[in-house]
Ligand binder design. Structure first.
Ligand code: PEP
Ligand code: MN
Length: 363
């Protein structure tokens, strides 16, 4: 497979896109004409912001949540464009959305994470886009499957779209973590190393989930020489109808962008240093290891309570032996020594016993 060749760099999409990084900002959802215009006029004052985003149809986890304003919002967005000169981008999830966006002069489309996860939906979008000359950005799928992401990019590319970019927005965590979505930086890095000319944009807002971590995630993306940032902003985030915790005011965004350290792009060092790539992989794995250990400890606390209520002893030697044997077998099959796995599990087990002792003593 020759892959995603002849892809146009972002600065070739539109004349205005001549800076680095390209900043896309705007609210999670278009709520009212007033909200869109007020936010867009503030964003317009920030030099790096070139593209205005707004969700018009919102994929919501539960029914009866705010699902977007639909076609009316496309008219408001057109006004944003005329009044501010910002380019506009909207999430599309069906051929009908594509058709409406094209009719209302939306400049760039993006495919959301939930849609990327479903090849049938992506194929329907690709068919609707056949022969169109509009840039399309594809968010990563919900689960960390790089092939699903590549597959979606390929389907859109096969439809003749050469103004194509990937948006990294992190991956769904199985358990609650401090970040809303796990970044797994190794995945966008792998994507970039497979497709050198594919622009990659990071969405630190959906990785962070709360305002407090947006900057750190944006900086990390900059350190990886990402091409652009998509950051949610709202003129009054606390009143936002979706993702109110993670949206920034335009003033906060300005401050964030001023504080970002941009590494100078150097053609000769186009590829991220191999050692740096390995270190990022290790960092990501360590983060997940520690998060998993903390989830394990939470369960241990529940077990401690259960044993206390049922008057059971803390140390259950048979159970420990089972845990050890299972771990050693799995470790062996993955090329790790019995000694290492036993030591590791012993440490974890010791901590679990101490934790349960604390619980019993606190009663
Ligand atoms: C969004 O950008 O508001 C959105 C719904 O994002 P995602 O598809 O990444 O969840
Ligand atoms: Mn959102």
């Amino acid at each position: 497979m020759s892959g995603l060749d002849n892809i146009k760099p972002i600065h070739n999409w539109f004349k205005k896109l001549d800076s680095h990084p390209i900043v896309i900002s705007g609210p999670c959802s278009a709520e009212s004409e007033e909200q869109l215009l007020a936010t867009a006029h503030e964003l317009k004052k920030i030099e790096q912001v070139k593209i205005f985003r707004a969700g018009v149809w919102k994929p919501r986890t539960r029914p009866n949540s705010f699902e977007g304003r639909g076609e009316d919002a496309l008219q408001w967005l057109n006004r944003v464009k005329l009044e501010t000169g910002l380019l506009t981008t909207v999430e599309v999830a069906s051929p009908k959305h594509v058709e409406m966006c094209l009719r209302h002069n939306v400049d760039i489309l993006w495919i959301g994470a939930r849609t990327t996860s479903n090849p049938f939906s992506v194929q329907e979008l690709a068919s609707a886009l056949q022969g169109m000359n509009i840039p399309v950005m594809v968010k990563n799928p919900i689960n960390p499957d790089i092939n699903l992401w590549i597959g979606a990019l390929e389907r859109i590319h096969k439809a003749g779209i050469t103004k194509l970019a990937a948006i990294h927005r992190g991956f769904y965590p199985f358990e609650k973590t401090i970040l809303r979505n796990i970044p797994k930086w190794e995945i966008p890095i792998e994507l970039k190393s497979r497709f050198h000319n594919l622009p990659i944009i990071c969405d630190p807002s959906h990785i962070a989930g709360t305002r407090k971590y947006v900057k750190e995630m944006a900086q990390k993306a900059m350190d990886l020489n990402i091409d652009g940032l998509m950051i949610e902003s709202h003129f009054n985030p606390c009143e936002a109808l979706s993702d109110s915790e993670q949206q920034l005011t335009p003033a906060n965004l300005d401050e964030l962008l001023r504080g970002l350290v941009c590494r100078v792009y150097n053609i000769e060092h186009d590829e991220i240093d191999q050692l740096e790539k390995y270190r990022d992989q290790i960092d990501s794995i360590d983060t997940q290891l520690i998060q998993l250990l903390s989830q394990r400890m939470n369960i241990i606390e529940e077990i401690g309570e259960y044993k206390f209520k049922n008057n059971m002893t803390i140390l259950q030697l048979k159970q420990w032996e089972k845990v050890r044997e299972r771990g050693v077998d799995l470790g062996n099959s993955l090329g790790m020594s019995e000694k290492f796995i036993t030591q590791l599990l012993r440490m974890i087990h010791k901590e679990a016993i101490l934790k349960q002792n604390e619980i019993m003593n606190s009663k």
